[in-house]
Design a protein around this ligand. Structure first.
Ligand code: SF4
Length: 551
């Protein structure tokens, strides 16, 4: 086993050797930070039994802190923020001072796929155990709040009886797999990725061999470019190979937050039935070679940046797959974001209808009412999207109008304004312990204000406006036309108030790239609507027909 390299002190003229990055494959098996220690001390998947057998009976105060702030995440549980603590104090308080006695709980919904029954179960859990909260996240999850540990056994029973899980919804693990909401029914997809998603989930989710990764591992698999594949740790994107036919183009190393990076193509074409094996190869490279010394450098993107696509592919082939991958072409990418909002024809002649809540906020009551409308429309399938939207599949043409009316009465529009359609927001100050500013309520007000003020502006495509409550990028601010990163700013009176750092001109698809952070370009929360209105009016005044927001 190699020991960590140390910088030389006796020969200063020599180039410094890099310190060990904690890569298992290079022999660094001894944990180099407390997170790694916690995972080594006990596999996080073991926490489920403790929750059911100990904590659910003993209540919040019986929870071991290492489980509370660490291993609980492997089952989708985070303590939520204590109410009333303003964002200016986030960085100054200890974690236990921010902890509420309630939890956020994420239900992983791979591919965003839901049956009518599952939708109802989610709604019932929300009403019974989560004070009617239920947010649609931009990772196609449902996120609850106000969950108590005592209720977890009953919640898991309801979820699992209906074929759902919270297993590895968070933590340093293979998280929910994004998939096309319209897989199998869209005329625009090259191939249906659903069998690969199902097989990966069946084989590897909850497998202890992949439950201790250096950091989170995000996957996207879609037959068309509708799942933000460029910013995933691993992504498989539908592509037609000139000789082999439909399959997937393999990407690795994308990610946002600090040091955002667009993923790189490995130039490899993967047939549908080999996707699970190749996925296992990539996650194994990450597990074994990923940097475990510093969490800030632990995502796979740092390894990919250091190695480059060629070396990554070589290691994947030589050490894990034991065979060559087939070279393949790049996929076609759209000019603008595909969000599936509105009424669209399926390949079988039925329709799918995409609805836009504001920034993913719904409730258990809403989900139950949507389920009734879906049943009334003769459908059994609903999908959540990576843009915090909800899509109803398999609607007979003659039922579309009735469905639209019924769901719009619940506050979800299928013909939304560009603002309702383009605004996304993360959890923010209301519940997130890392947050510095409020986001969901701010997004709600922003949409309402812009709908009134900008009703005279016609846009071919909705502009995307994403709000984050802190420098992490749960709402993908770097990929929005207008990205807003929550922070404390100084207002005109010199007071420290909630506000945002502005990033302009990000996007995915044809012009994938990150918005420019404009130095000194900050706006207070109360001035936000004025600011966005000004930016949009300037753009609308100066743009040529069909021109996208400047990158
Ligand atoms: Fe919380 Fe920050 Fe993520 Fe928003 S971006 S959900 S505030 S960690």
């Amino acid at each position: 086993m190699a020991s960590p390299a140390r910088p030389s002190t006796s020969r200063p003229a020599r180039a410094k050797q890099r310190r060990g990055e904690g890569q298992w494959a290079l022999g660094y098996r001894e944990p180099l930070n407390p997170n790694e220690r916690s995972k080594k001390d006990d596999n996080p998947l073991n926490v489920r039994a403790r929750i059911e057998n100990i904590y659910a009976h003993g209540g919040f105060d019986s929870i071991d802190p290492a489980d509370l702030r660490g291993r609980f995440r492997w089952f989708g549980l985070y303590t939520q923020r204590k109410p009333g603590i303003d964002g200016g104090r986030t960085a100054t308080l200890e974690p236990e001072e921010l902890d509420d006695r309630y939890f956020m709980l994420r239900v992983r919904l791979d591919g965003g796929a839901l049956t009518l029954n599952q939708l109802r179960v989610l709604g019932e859990i929300s009403q019974r155990y989560a004070r009617d909260t239920a947010d649609i996240t931009d990772r196609q999850n449902i996120q609850y709040h106000w969950i108590q540990v005592e209720d977890m056994p009953a919640i898991w029973k309801l979820l699992e009886d209906a074929g759902m899980t919270t297993m590895e919804a968070c933590g340093d693990s293979p998280r929910v797999i994004l998939g096309s909401p319209v897989a199998g029914i869209s005329a625009d997809e090259v191939i249906d990725g659903t069998p690969a998603i199902d097989e990966i989930k069946r084989r590897y989710i909850g497998d202890p061999r992949y439950s201790n990764l250096p950091r989170k591992f995000k996957t996207a698999i879609s037959g068309q470019a509708d799942v933000a594949h460029e910013i995933h740790d691993v992504a498989f994107v539908g592509v037609e190979h000139p000789e082999h036919g439909p399959g997937f183009d393999l990407w690795v190393g994308g990610g946002l937050s600090t040091n955002p990076m667009i993923g790189v193509r490995l130039g490899a074409w993967v047939p549908l039935d080999e996707v699970p094996d190749v996925w296992e190869g990539v996650i194994s490279v990450f597990r074994d070679y990923g940097y475990r010394r510093l969490r800030s450098r632990a995502r796979i993107k740092f390894l990919v940046k250091d190695w480059g696509a060629e070396k990554f592919r070589q290691v994947l082939q030589d050490e894990y797959l034991k065979r060559e991958l087939i070279d393949g072409p790049a996929p076609e990418v759209p000019k603008t974001q595909i969000d599936h909002v509105g009424v669209h024809q399926q390949v079988d002649g039925k329709r799918y209808v995409g609805f836009a809540p504001i920034a993913g906020r719904v409730s258990g009551t809403t989900l139950l009412a949507v389920a009734d409308a879906v049943e009334q429309a003769g459908s059994d399938r609903v999908r959540l999207t990576p843009q915090q939207k909800l899509v109803v599949l398999d609607v007979p043409e003659e039922k579309v109008a009735e469905l639209q009316v019924a769901v719009s009465k619940l506050g979800l529009d299928s013909e939304p304004s560009p603002w309702r359609r383009g605004v996304m927001a993360c959890t923010g100050l209301e519940f997130c312990k890392l947050a510095i500013v409020e986001t969901k309520a701010r997004a709600h007000d922003l949409v309402g204000d812009l709908e009134k003020r900008l009703s005279d502006i016609g846009l071919d495509e909705p502009l995307t406006v994403h709000l984050n409550g802190c420098p992490n990028s749960c709402a993908r601010i770097q990929t929005a036309d207008i990205g807003l990163k929550g922070q404390i700013v100084t207002d005109n009176d010199g007071s420290q108030v909630e506000g945002f750092q502005v990033h302009l001109g990000g996007g995915l698809g044809l012009d994938a790239g990150f918005g420019r952070k404009l130095r000194g370009h900050k706006v207070t929360s109360t001035e936000l609507t004025d600011y966005v209105e000004r930016v949009v009016r300037n753009f609308a005044d100066q743009r040529e027909a069909g021109e996208r927001f400047p990158q």
